[in-house]
Design a protein around this ligand. Structure first.
Ligand code: SF4
Length: 321
């Protein structure tokens, strides 16, 4: 992983912070290229702080959960303006910064500064659940997990311990196919001894996800342009660019328009699913222009900070006549 460092190297807090922000809710495979591109474009935190928010959002395009990009940018500015470009070293200080929660603060403190912080991510939850056959879903009682981790920790090598626990989970103690025979801690593992490894971790019962609906308008003009607008600077997908849509509601809107396409785009957000019907219109002076919308040439769409949802809508709309 490009954010890892060799034993003889000093960890770079900027690289570790950047990787932690990107890895929240995203896989290592997806993050790898984004991380490398960000580092090439903004090698140091000062460079990132000097960028524009639009540039950062544009570079973040496709990673999803755009709040992270806003927080990344805000945090870079605070580190440069208030901390002289140097990250604070303790989890207690780090957690005060935008976008850095309990997990990331502990992780950055342990890995970048070898601070005695205990790091729990999904991999660590799984390893601990199996090692101790924990009889509750791991998110339900973080204190017990911290207590177990505290008993296991290395007294000096906090960063190495944090990384080994996480990688034991990602490389060996995998969710569906744990390699127990080759696991370095199998002689201490209660689930392995009992032969019921796959019964752990225990899961929370699933809640039904709300379903929302929207109508998106793909409006083109004679100059081969598409109508776009910027989302408000707060809420979901804040500050990003989209095609005009109706409000997102719990009941589908009944539309009678010759431009209504016979296809629906489905998108999954963290807390709800969204089904979008698409209306395609040709209009040189649409009324949507009054609400701060603007036309962009189809060939220049790649320069806009479009979230994945909007790309899906445009792809579906463009394919249709
Ligand atoms: Fe995970 Fe198996 Fe190792 Fe136990 S023995 S920690 S279940 S890989």
């Amino acid at each position: 992983m490009p954010w890892r460092y060799a034993a003889h190297e000093t960890p770079d807090p900027y690289a570790i912070w950047l990787s932690e922000m990107m890895l929240q809710q995203t896989t290592v495979t997806t993050v790898r290229d984004y991380f490398t591109r960000f580092r090439e474009r903004w090698p140091r935190i000062d460079d990132l702080a000097a960028a524009t928010l639009d540039d950062v959002l544009h570079a973040w395009q496709g990673l999803g959960y755009y709040n992270r990009a806003h927080n990344l940018y805000k945090c870079a500015q605070i580190i440069v303006k208030e901390y002289g470009g140097k990250f604070p070293k303790t989890a207690e200080e780090l957690i005060k910064l935008p976008g850095i929660g309990p997990y990331a603060s502990a992780s950055i403190a342990a890995i970048a500064f070898n601070q005695p912080a205990l790091v729990i991510d999904g991999n660590v939850e799984r390893v601990l659940s199996r090692l101790y056959r924990l009889n509750f879903p791991p998110k339900r009682d973080r204190d017990i997990l911290l207590e177990k981790l505290d008993q296991l920790k290395d007294a000096k090598r906090h960063g190495d311990f944090a990384q080994s626990m996480m990688e034991l989970g990602s490389e060996i103690c995998k969710p569906k196919k744990p390699d127990c025979t080759n696991c370095p801690v199998n002689s201490y593992c209660a689930a392995f001894a009992q032969g019921d490894v796959l019964s752990f971790p225990l899961r929370e019962p699933k809640k039904k996800r709300p379903q929302k609906y929207a109508t998106a308008y793909i409006i083109t003009n004679d100059r081969d342009e598409i109508l776009l607008r910027k989302r408000p600077n707060k809420g979901l997908l804040k500050g990003l660019v989209e095609v005009p849509t109706s409000d997102w509601s719990l009941t589908p809107e009944k539309i009678k328009s010759p431009g209504l396409l016979d296809k629906t785009v489905r998108h999954v957000f963290t807390h709800f699913d969204l089904d979008v019907q698409i209306v395609k219109l040709h209009d040189n002076t649409p009324s949507h222009l009054q609400h701060g919308a603007f036309f962009v040439n189809k060939n220049d769409l790649q320069h806009q900070a479009l979230p994945t949802l909007v790309k899906k809508i445009l792809r579906a709309g463009m394919k249709s006549a």
